[in-house]
Ligand binder design. Structure first.
Ligand code: ADP
Ligand code: ZN
Length: 733
């Protein structure tokens, strides 16, 4: 018998490979650890999936090195990643690589464990002469065990003295792993549970009962904005913790601010509950540290963005997905998983409660609640009986517009500023203007790599492509007709902020979009200035709609609704409704009544009409039948195939051939349609031509039958082409 491990290499290989285990590791638990293994003439990193005995292992190669001191993934977590990779028809090795903290798949760039020296006093007694020696020894005696960094803060250069004391056996030194804390230096103000209102109390008790029952139980917590959903999570989690279980809280990336983390810490840390954070703003080393802390069971609550669904918690009792409708739960490249859906999958596998919370649930979750697959919990009122803000629609067809703003919105801003309250203005387009246009010939600049006009960023003095990194300065004259300089056309956040400054010269105006928040901590600093009321008007893209709780915001203005409403995608109504309801929900959250002004060219649009009344139910009732009629999700299931390559004709021909193949495979499956090929909405992106094929299944089972053929599809294609399969797509660009 040979001891063998089954290893999934963190690379796009079709299946795991077997390697021999050397004598040193024969009795070590290797499952869930990374190993370095020979692969062809090189080496690769893989994760051990299983340890087995085989009769004949003479042809197998041995593992070269065990890279981790402890397993990084428990068996349950390995099973979960395997299921997720099967569901998304994505290679297991790459799925594991995406699940683990960044960098762990590489042999060179992997983060290292950092150690610190920790000193403790021994029993040895000796009379010392040096006064510094005495002082340091006394300090260690009183404060020890103590690490070197702390000693360095107390004494100028203690190291030689410490070595001396160690040589005299007065102290001992050991190496302890140091944890890099991403939220070091952030104040935590103590905080207590609020007395719950009736609806909150029902929600908490239902969730707590479910998490004690140790069975899978999914909830949809539908609560209007400001109804106290976070309070429900906090108190439900308290119950979970007292049952000695752990909590996993997923939030949209952008909402993962120190403010939110602070709220959890403030609530729990005085009870020595450890709150951990995992998100992409942390360095790879910080994430690696946090991951291992979770593995070692040193963390009770993990708060994280999408990828935290893979956090290696072993005593999981509850998973919360806040703002479950948010598109950022869908990974848009590589392993294209949907974090919310995986939360349900993991919850089911581990038998825990899963709470999906939102003021504007995704229609998929809503339908599941209708079908009794999720238990609905409703918070219908704002905390403290605060009214929802009044919404006014302004018909832009007859409006007196100045600086992109109607008279109604301008008046509302003036009044808000006079009362020294804050305004939020939503314009979901960054940059100064969507394009520069030649007044003579109508030419505009296009990206040479993508089929798209370049956005004018005036402060940068650049035309930029929002899809690839291309940028260029504008020419002095029109590059097409040589006419005079081109003019900005349309409006982005940068221009809106400039126009506002002209209209309100004394107002403090700031902008929140991807350009102004790119730097580390910039978003957090801006949120801080808003909270301290150092900003009067905040202009921003959808980023401003997400989760913020600014007490002094009493006016929300929506500058443009038409771009979103008319976007060619079956989910545009859902997206628009939720964006409007969410941004409107930022107004009047404290004791001051709020107001919302929405500018539109489509005043009769039924989606807008529902949004004015804050009526999610009516919106769902009106939108779901349309989806059903066309068998779109949540009634049917979709998968999108994007075929791309540098040569247009080759892509088009291959797409036709692929569709022919798919159609013959679909014939033997029941209830799948193959639609296309059609050019993608972005036909050319980063120099590649792109065709898409939509697979529409009447049921998930039907779609799965066809997707089972996926491993064959690539074999039809030349190596110059790339085929990407996106299951349950949210974005079909
Ligand atoms: P949501 O997440 O539903 O938008 P939050 O949980 O942020 O709402 O709650 C809105 C505000 O109301 C917060 O400032 C919160 O501290 C407060 N709050 C929540 N529940 C209660 C309660 N039962 N009593 C008093 N204040 C509450
Ligand atoms: Zn481009």
């Amino acid at each position: 018998m040979f001891k063998v491990v089954v290893v999934s290499i963190l690379a796009p290989l079709p299946k795991p490979l077997n390697y021999l285990v050397d004598k040193v590791h024969a009795d070590v638990l290797l499952v869930g650890r990374r190993v370095r293994v020979p692969l062809g003439r090189r080496f690769a990193v893989g994760v051990v999936l299983e340890a087995i005995d085989v009769e004949d292992g003479t042809k197998l190669k041995p593992i070269a090195e065990v890279l981790d001191d402890e397993p990084l993934l428990q068996p349950e977590l390995l099973t979960f990643v395997r299921r997720a990779s099967a569901y998304y028809a994505f290679p297991l090795g790459l799925a594991l690589k995406a699940a683990l903290p960044a960098g762990l798949g590489s042999l060179t760039a992997a983060p290292k464990v950092k150690h610190v020296r920790v000193y403790s006093r021994t029993d040895m007694q000796l009379t010392l002469r040096g006064s510094l020696q005495k002082e340091i020894l006394a300090w260690i005696e009183n404060h020890g065990p103590i690490d070197l960094d702390t000693l360095r803060q107390q004494f100028p250069s203690p190291y030689t003295v410490l070595q001396r004391l160690e040589a005299l056996e007065l102290i001992t030194c050991r190496q302890k792993e140091s944890q890099r804390d991403p939220f070091v230096g952030i104040d935590v103000v103590a905080d207590q549970d609020w007395p719950l209102n009736d609806e909150q109390a029902i929600a908490v008790s239902q969730i707590a009962a479910a998490s004690v029952a140790e069975k899978f139980k999914p909830f949809l917590l539908h609560g209007v904005t400001g109804s106290g959903k976070t309070e429900v999570y906090l108190q439900a989690i308290r119950g979970v913790l007292s049952a000695k279980k752990q909590a996993l809280v997923l939030v949209p990336e952008i909402a993962l601010t120190p403010q939110l983390v602070g709220r959890f810490r403030a609530r729990f840390e005085q009870e020595s509950v450890r709150v951990g954070v995992l998100h992409s703003g942390m360095s790879t080393a910080e994430r690696f540290d946090m991951w291992r802390a979770v593995v070692r069971d040193e963390v009770d609550i993990v708060i994280g963005a999408r990828s935290a669904i893979f956090a290696p918690l072993s005593r999981l009792g509850i998973i919360v997905v806040d703002e479950e409708h948010d598109d950022s739960y869908k990974q848009s490249e590589g392993f294209r998983y949907q974090g919310r859906d995986l939360a349900l999958m993991r919850g089911q596998m581990e038998g825990v409660a899963v709470v999906l919370g939102s003021a504007t649930p995704s229609l998929g979750s809503w339908q599941r609640a209708e079908d009794q697959l999720l238990q609905r919990l409703s918070l219908t009122k704002r905390v403290g009986e605060r009214p929802l803000p009044e919404v006014t629609l302004v018909d832009m067809k007859n409006a007196e517009v100045e600086g992109g703003l109607s008279a109604e919105l301008r008046d509302a801003i003036t009044q808000t500023l006079e009362r020294e309250q804050q305004c939020l203005l939503l314009l979901n387009r960054r940059g100064y203007a969507p394009f520069l246009l030649c007044g003579d010939c109508g030419a505009s600049y296009r990206c040479p790599n993508c089929e798209i006009t370049l956005t004018w960023h005036r402060k940068l003095g650049q035309l930029r492509c929002h899809y690839c990194d291309y940028h260029q300065p504008p020419a002095d004259e029109c590059p097409q007709c040589g006419g005079a300089a081109m003019d900005p056309e349309g409006m982005g956040t940068e221009r809106l902020a400039d126009e506002l400054q002209l209209l309100y010269p004394d107002a403090r105006i700031e902008r929140m979009d991807r350009d102004t928040t790119a730097a580390k901590n910039a978003q957090q600093a801006l949120v801080g200035r808003m909270e301290r009321r150092g900003v009067d008007i905040l202009v921003g893209t959808q980023m401003i709609a997400k989760g913020h709780d600014f007490a002094a915001v009493t006016l929300v203005g929506v500058v443009d609704t038409d771009a979103a409403l008319n976007f060619p995608d079956f989910r545009s109504a859902e997206r628009s409704f939720s964006l409007l309801a969410q941004v409107a929900g930022r107004a009047g959250r404290a004791d001051l009544p709020g107001r919302v002004v929405v500018q539109t060219y489509s005043i009769d649009n039924p989606v807008l009409q529902c949004a004015i009344d804050h009526d999610y139910l009516r919106f769902a009732k009106q939108e779901l039948p349309l989806r059903q009629l066309l068998s779109y999700p949540p009634f049917g299931c979709l998968a999108n195939l994007v075929l791309s390559g540098l040569d247009r004709q080759e892509v088009e021909r291959a797409a036709d051939a692929l569709v022919a193949g798919l159609e013959s495979q679909a014939e033997v499956c029941s209830g799948v349609e193959v639609l296309g090929p059609a050019p993608c909405p972005l036909f050319r992106l980063r120099n590649r031509y792109r065709m898409q094929i939509l697979l529409k299944g009447q049921s998930r089972r039907a779609l799965r039958e066809l997707i089972a053929y996926a491993p064959q599809w690539n074999t039809y294609l030349s190596a110059r082409l790339t085929l990407v399969l996106d299951i349950d797509p949210v974005d079909m660009m």
